[in-house]
Design a protein around this ligand. Structure first.
Ligand code: DGP
Length: 114
């Protein structure tokens, strides 16, 4: 069973967030500690703790999230490019254990990340 996280509270509107997109399956909101001029998190409403725990039954949901990231990037005017990141587990630097895609843009993003 997955634990309740700060993101579950954002989904339930128990704590505020700057929401930029919402539908039945996912939510997009601005990251509280932005690492780029545009930094948005897209999360599933289903409480999947991390990518490593997603299953084949989540295939459509994951595809939907990725296409949602794409449409938010268009909405945000990121025509020059952007980066999509999923930090996974300890070595991946994950701090909130509710699966999320980071959408980063609005500046040149170096590679590789630290
Ligand atoms: P990660 O390290 O990949 O688990 O990223 C978690 C992100 O979540 C991190 O960039 C900061 C963001 N974050 C944490 N708590 C909150 C919150 O309460 N509100 C918002 N908007 N973002 C949060």
């Amino acid at each position: 069973m997955s634990e309740d996280t700060i993101f579950s509270k954002i989904i339930r509107k128990e704590i505020p967030a700057n929401i930029v997109y919402e539908d039945d399956l996912c939510l997009g909101f601005r990251d509280i500690t932005p690492q780029a001029p545009t930094h948005i998190l897209v999360i599933p409403k289903k409480p999947i703790p991390k990518l490593a725990e997603a299953g084949t039954e989540d295939k459509e949901l994951l595809g939907h999230m990725l296409l949602t990231v794409k449409s938010i990037a268009e909405q945000e005017g990121l025509g020059n490019g952007y980066r999509v990141v999923i930090n996974t587990d300890e070595d991946g630097g994950q701090t909130v254990f509710h699966l999320h895609m980071h959408l980063l843009g609005g500046r040149y993003l170096r590679w590789p990340p630290g």
